[in-house]
Design a protein around this ligand. Structure first.
Ligand SMILES: C[S@@+](CC[C@H](N)C(=O)[O-])C[C@H]1O[C@@H](n2cnc3c(N)ncnc32)[C@H](O)[C@@H]1O
Length: 146
């Protein structure tokens, strides 16, 4: 809803969730805030939704993407969003510190490893200009470079 409120009247955002239950909590507030018509909710696996957008020719047409879904797919979401966002567009990625679990060498969880791998990839990725903010659970903000 915060993103929708920041949009111009003709702006839209696509919200992905595989579970309708959680967006249903927010929907009455989207209505009350007058932004429900700017939020295009797509229920389904986000990998498939984003893939569909790419196949529909939407590559390079988004100003902004926020990644906060299942962590095991973070690397896939990153590549898909990098395709969908325009040059100089922004991608935000939540939970990049993962409650400190990344530096626990005994933690071999799939989600933990996916975030580790993505952080290292972004550090060395010349396609983006990243900044990792140590607020909350860690938030990476990156700009897609020309
Ligand atoms: C941390 S919550 C997102 C919170 C949201 N960013 C907000 O600020 O309200 C993660 C969400 O990802 C959804 N999710 C998990 N796996 C998914 C998948 N494979 N595809 C799409 N959504 C998924 C969950 O249902 C959950 O609602």
């Amino acid at each position: 809803m915060s993103v929708a409120l920041a949009l111009p009247a003709d702006g839209t955002l696509i919200a992905c969730d595989r579970n309708a239950e959680w967006p249903a909590i927010g929907q009455p507030y989207w209505e009350a805030a007058g932004v429900a018509d700017r939020i295009d909710l797509r229920i389904g696996k986000a990998v498939e939704t984003l893939d569909g957008l790419i196949k529909d020719g939407r590559a390079g047409t988004f100003d902004f993407a926020f990644i906060d879904g299942d962590k095991k797919n973070y690397g896939v979401y990153y590549e898909q969003c990098l395709t969908l966002v325009r040059t100089n567009g922004l991608i935000l990625i939540d939970n990049v510190l993962w409650d400190g679990r990344l530096i626990d060498s005994a933690d071999d969880d799939r989600a933990t490893n996916a975030i580790r791998d993505l952080n290292e990839k972004i550090r060395d990725d010349e396609r983006v200009f990243p900044s990792m903010l140590p607020i909350g659970d860690g938030l990476t903000i990156l700009r897609k470079l020309p």
